[in-house]
Every structure is written in C-alpha cells, then in structure tokens.
Design a binder for this molecule. Structure first.
Ligand code: GLU
Length: 295
C-alpha cells in the first residue's frame, strides 16, 4: 500500500508552501487508496512551540485534509534515534565535532580549498582527524556535536540510488545515483538536539512504513545523504517525489517569517478553505502531471 506523510516542524504557522506539500502528500495517497500520515518534527526544543503544533491540526482541519492513524511526534522517539546513532558508531562512522558555527565559517573563509557541495560550503572536516585520546578528553570539557564520516560511510555502503517520481536526471531504471557527499559530514546529534533532521527522518520514515516521500525540491540535496543513512542502518528505501515550490511575488520560497502567507492570516482575511485548496490542487495537478505521469 502506498504510504505518504506530511512532516511539518512546529516552528511557525503553516504557510502556502507547506499547505502545498500537505495537499500533494494527501492527494497522492488518496488517489491510490493509500495512507496519508502526519508526523510532527518537534525535536528542536529551542524553536518548536505547542501553539504552532496546535495550529497545524487546526489548519489541516480547515483545509479538509484528514490523516490516517495517530499523529507521531518525534520528541517521543528519542530512544530510537539514540539507538541508530549507537549503530553508526559501532560501524566506526561517528566522530565528535567541537566547532561552533563561527569556527566553521572562519575555516571555510580561510581555506581556499574548503569543500563546497552543490548546495554551498560544507563542513571542512576540522575535527575528523582528532586522535581518540584528544577527542575523549575534549568531550569531557566542551560542548560537541556528533558527525557522520560520510566518505568512510560511502566506502562501506558502495554506490546507492533512489527512485525519483518527480523531476530529476533519472537513469535507465528511473533512479538517481545518490551523491551522499553533497552536504559534507552531516551532524547526527548536538547539544540542543538529540537527533538531527536527517537521522530522525530516515528512522521515522522506515518505522512508519512510508513508501513515497513527497516533499519540496529544496530537500533534494538531503535525500542523497538520507539514502546513505538508510543503507548504513539497514532501513528500507522509500521512493521520492520532489515537487516544485510555491513562491512569493518576488520568486522567493515562502518562509515561516512570511506572516501574510500563513493559513491563519489568509483565514483571518476571509479567504475560504475551498478557494485555497482548489488553487493548490490546480497547481499540484499541473505539476504532478508533468513530473509523474500515471502516479
Ligand atoms: N520537517 C521538515 C520541514 O518542515 C520536512 C521534512 C521532510 O519532509 O522530510 O521542512
């Protein structure tokens, strides 16, 4: 059975861009007699707020999008993420990183050969070579994040691919060859977050038997490293559908700071749910017909 999910982070009110993602995940599931799940990605305690979570239920209800089964909240799943990190550690692929954001930016600016992925500069690997002795001494005294040694992980996993039902440079099997190094040595956990977005998403997509991940093209780069995590953790790989993004009049994608485009604001202005929903559906229909005929 086809299983899709909508996985918002309650760090702001849903805007037209997130409503579009929800409509696509919902409609693709319904069109195939599948299931549409709702997952609240609320691990980042510094940014997530209960009122935003409540607003997600309210907005989806207003739009008339019903999800199947209970809502899953990532803040209740920390032990599963911890187990996944231990497993990666047992493979020798995890190292502590003591760099602050500022250290990383300075290192990138200093070194002409700092690594860049297609999505911009990536972590330059400063702490990757620390000796185990130095690393454990510093772990007792300093804050640190845990990172994945992606190059080493790729040596273990070999070449990987994922099935793309959206638009992309597909091979003869309708797949895309994963380039897990695109984002560099990703963070797996940090002082503020028991698990990073990438880790939690792959663990949960597998635990919820999600078979088609529908999400915006802005997360295309993330899929490459998530495919690697699935391979390392022996998790099944869903198919992916990266869809277009709804943009504002200036061509920028909506962010949670665009208060005028939140469903809450549109509702307050007197827009009817039916009007918003049919505009999003019209757009989704055209976009999906172009990107995945027959799905
Ligand atoms: N929680 C992520 C967001 O709100 C979406 C994650 C995903 O679809 O993989 O952007």
């Amino acid at each position: 059975m086809l299983v899709t999910r909508f996985a918002p982070s309650p760090t702001g009110f849903l805007h037209l861009g997130s409503a579009y993602a929800a409509v696509i995940a919902h409609d693709v599931a319904r069109a195939h007699g599948g299931q549409f799940l709702l997952r609240i990605e609320d691990i980042d305690a510094t940014r997530c707020r209960p009122e935003f979570e409540r607003a997600i239920y309210e907005d989806l209800g207003w739009l008339g999008l019903c999800w199947d089964g209970p809502v899953r909240r990532q803040s209740e799943r920390l032990s599963s993420y911890h187990a996944a990190i231990l497993r990666l550690d047992a493979l020798g692929l995890v190292y502590p990183c003591f760099c602050s954001r500022k250290d990383i930016a300075q290192e990138v600016a200093r070194s002409l050969s700092a690594p860049h992925g297609p999505d911009g500069p990536v972590y330059p690997g400063t702490c990757r070579g620390l000796s185990p002795q130095e690393a454990s001494l510093r772990m007792r005294a300093e804050a640190y994040a845990l990172r994945l040694d992606v190059a080493k992980a790729v040596c273990q996993s070999g070449t990987l691919a994922f099935e793309e039902r959206g638009r992309g440079p597909l091979d003869e099997h309708g797949c895309i060859t994963a380039e897990p190094m695109r984002l560099g040595d990703i963070v797996l956990a940090s002082r503020d977050r028991a698990a990073s977005y990438h880790l939690a998403v792959v663990v949960d997509d597998a635990a919820q038997s999600v078979s088609l991940v529908t999400r915006g093209q802005d997360l295309f780069g993330a899929t490459h490293v998530q495919r690697l995590l699935q391979a390392l953790l022996d998790l099944p790989t869903p198919a992916y559908l990266h869809h277009d993004l709804v943009r504002d009049a200036e061509g920028r994608k909506f962010s949670k700071r665009d208060h005028d485009a939140t469903l809450k604001a549109l509702r307050a202005e007197g827009h009817a749910a039916e009007e918003i929903r049919s505009q999003l559906r019209l757009r989704a229909g055209t976009s999906l017909a172009r990107s995945l005929p027959g799905t």
